[in-house]
Design a protein around this ligand. Structure first.
Ligand code: SAM
Ligand code: SF4
Length: 337
């Protein structure tokens, strides 16, 4: 691999893509057990000393924002709302100059209580994951009877001004693949923006199967039975979701078709795991250890240089359709979805 050029101020890769959007995983732990994500018994969680401290996280985000051109910071996990220092981390990131946009991807449990506090701390928006509106299905799918908490979290997020509230839904064949129209009806009624996410080979159990996953085409066909969808002409840019106007608009629905319509050529992401590893891609098999460098005394310039080197090596695409595709060793919950 050729060495990264000394391009100051940006995270650029060999293919000319520039990363502006940083996904930070705050924990690999979770209070749900979605069947497409982790097993019922959970996973061997990262040990305390392996995790970045709140100060270490804020320092690395500062380096990314002030030295590497990051303009969007999204917190995720695992479940980011269970990180004790979350509010302080958001407060510190919102105080950075230039101030990045700050969002959070959550399962919504605890959001009803935290939404006003997080908004006051500087959080701009939330994405809430909701795969079904039926209580029994929710309990089967997440292995916890918590649908009511998620719905309360959604309302409070909207009331607190964490808008636009986006909903993320993963459909699974024979489980909730008949629910696309109902989810869209619910989103329209409440003013939430719904995006369906194709299921990806990132589950801890390695059960994902290309031949049975619900595809973007199937989701759109199912919605078309009830709604008129017209392609949204707005510039998509690096956004992963392809969007459609619903019944003439202005409401929209999105599909993130990472598997059947990959958008790697426009990807502008860089990722930091809860244990301080930079990943150029969800599907990367390599990571670059910033925690070790940071704890060994690296200064900000050195951390930025290492981050640039990690991104320079980003592969052109995820290669899911390649016969040689290898699922990454870490599951989605440990990488940060
Ligand atoms: N716990 C939070 C949540 O569920 O929103 C944040 C982390 S979760 C890993 C982030 C997103 O990834 C969720 O919307 C979840 O549905 C999605 N996800 C998890 N495993 C997935 C998989 N194998 N394929 C596609 N999406 C997945
Ligand atoms: Fe937890 Fe999110 Fe994974 Fe569900 S998808 S188990 S809520 S990390």
């Amino acid at each position: 691999m050729t060495a990264a050029p000394t391009t100051d101020g940006v995270l650029v890769d060999r293919y000319g893509r520039v990363a502006r959007d940083l996904r930070v995983s705050l924990t690999d732990k979770c209070n749900l057990r979605c069947t497409y994500c982790m097993p019922a018994e959970g996973l061997p969680w990262l040990a305390g000393p392996q995790l970045l401290t709140d100060d270490e996280i804020v320092r690395l985000i500062r380096v990314a924002v002030q030295r590497l051109g990051i303009t969007e910071v999204r917190f995720t996990g695992g479940e980011p709302l269970i990180r004790p220092g979350l509010v302080d981390i958001v407060t510190a990131v919102a105080a950075l100059q230039p101030r990045p946009r700050i969002s959070l991807t959550t399962n919504g449990i605890g959001l009803a209580r935290l939404a006003p506090v997080l908004h006051a701390a500087g959080l701009d928006r939330v994405n809430v994951s909701l795969d079904t509106l039926e209580r029994a299905r929710f309990t089967e799918l997440t292995r916890r009877d918590r649908l009511a908490d998620v719905l309360a979290g959604l309302s409070e997020a909207a009331a607190a001004g964490l808008t636009p509230v986006k909903l993320n839904s993963v459909l699974m064949r024979g489980v909730n693949d008949d629910e696309a129209p109902a989810l869209l009806r619910f989103a329209l009624a409440h003013g939430y923006e719904l995006r369906f996410i194709e299921q990806m080979p990132l589950d801890a159990q390695h059960r994902w199967d290309r031949t049975t996953m619900v595809t973007a085409d199937e989701i759109l066909a199912s919605l078309a039975g009830e709604f008129t969808l017209t392609p949204d002409q707005a510039e998509r840019g690096a956004a992963p979701a392809e969007t459609w106007l619903v019944d003439g608009g202005p409401a929209r629905v999105g599909v993130i078709a990472s598997v059947t319509r990959p958008f790697c050529g426009d990807c502008d992401r860089t990722r930091l795991t809860a244990d301080g590893q930079v990943r150029a891609c969800l599907f990367a098999t390599e990571e670059s250890d910033l925690r070790g460098a940071l704890r060994a005394g690296a200064d900000d310039a050195e951390l930025a240089r290492r981050w640039q080197a990690a991104m320079w090596g980003k592969r052109a695409g995820h290669g899911i359709d390649d016969p040689s595709f290898l699922q990454p060793a870490r599951p989605m919950s440990a990488i940060g979805g």
